[in-house]
Design a protein around this ligand. Structure first.
Ligand SMILES: Nc1nc2c(ncn2[C@@H]2O[C@H](COP(=O)(O)OP(=O)(O)OP(=O)(O)O)[C@@H](O)[C@H]2O)c(=O)[nH]1
Length: 267
């Protein structure tokens, strides 16, 4: 097994098979440093979206606001359906470069299909956190650990453009607010459906949960199989990569971390 521990050397593990665990006891520790109480994407809640005038995908940014994080990061991103012809043309060239005849019957529609498939594999680029969360953030006097585990994940290795896939477990310690449970799995979709490396994916998921509900701690463990290590290259078919990000109490308090890992890893 290949294991990568990102935070404190910790290395342990479609929505159908994910499990939710609400723990009965919380290990008390210090609150998280670096909390932000600001809204996601800098939204302040009033006025029309600026996305239309920018010619960019819909968002909740407010006219007159500074450009939101989503649009800052995605400035210049084309409307995705419009790039299908260009992508299909590239796939056609690829088929020809392989020595195939792109005009043979079986391949006639392949370039367009492949373009659409690639857009699906990377659909996270057209999503933003605020829209995905859809205000499913609830005031709740609950400060026990919440764990949603075994969330299926499919992503694309940014080095070889081949898939890596596996499962994600997320835990957080609420501080007055809880997140709709499905939204944790949706956060995984937003960041996994892009060109990624597993370490960045793991951290982005944790930071998104932090932004959403400002908990006193967030823990994320991702276990992935990388096709670039399985089907090609070093060809280690049983290798797994395990990454984790521990924030706040999960980083500072060993007992809290251990409780999460026990819940996340139990079958
Ligand atoms: N850290 C990290 N590395 C990754 C991830 N996905 C793929 N890689 C690695 O990216 C590296 C690219 O190395 P290169 O030597 O440039 O490419 P390569 O010749 O295809 O490498 P091999 O895979 O060893 O054949 C490889 O070691 C991959 O295993 C990831 O999610 N995280």
């Amino acid at each position: 097994m290949v294991e990568i521990g990102v935070a404190n050397g910790q290395q342990q593990q479609q929505q159908d098979s994910s499990k939710v665990v609400v723990s009965q006891k919380k290990v008390v520790g210090e609150t998280m440093n670096g909390h932000t109480n600001g809204s996601i994407n800098g939204q302040n809640g009033a006025g029309p979206s600026h996305s239309k005038e920018l010619g960019l995908p819909k968002c909740h940014c407010v006219k007159g606001d500074e450009i939101c994080k989503y649009h800052e990061e995605n400035r210049g991103l084309p409307v995705r359906e419009l790039v299908i012809p260009e992508m299909a043309s590239s796939y056609r060239s690829l088929l020809a470069a392989l020595g195939e005849n792109p005009d043979r019957e079986g391949l006639l529609k392949t370039p367009e299909r492949a373009a659409k498939a690639m857009l699906f594999f990377t659909k996270g680029y057209e999503e933003n956190l605020e829209e995905v969360l859809n205000d499913a953030i609830f005031d709740e006097n609950h400060d026990e650990m919440v764990v949603v585990k075994d969330i299926e994940m499919f992503s694309m290795c940014e080095h070889h453009l081949v898939p890596f896939y596996g499962k994600v477990s997320i835990g957080y310690l609420p501080s007055g607010k809880v997140l709709g449970l499905s939204k944790l799995a949706r956060i995984v979709e937003v960041y996994s459906r892009r060109l990624q490396v597993q370490e960045r994916l793991t951290k982005q998921i944790a930071v998104a949960v932090l932004k959403a509900v400002q908990p006193t701690g967030v823990a994320v463990v991702v276990e992935g199989s990388h096709m670039c290590m399985v089907m090609r290259g070093v060809q280690k078919i049983n290798s797994k990569t395990v990454t984790s990000t521990m924030l706040g109490e999960f980083r500072e308090n060993q007992k809290t971390r251990e409780e999460f890992l026990k819940l996340a890893l139990s079958k």
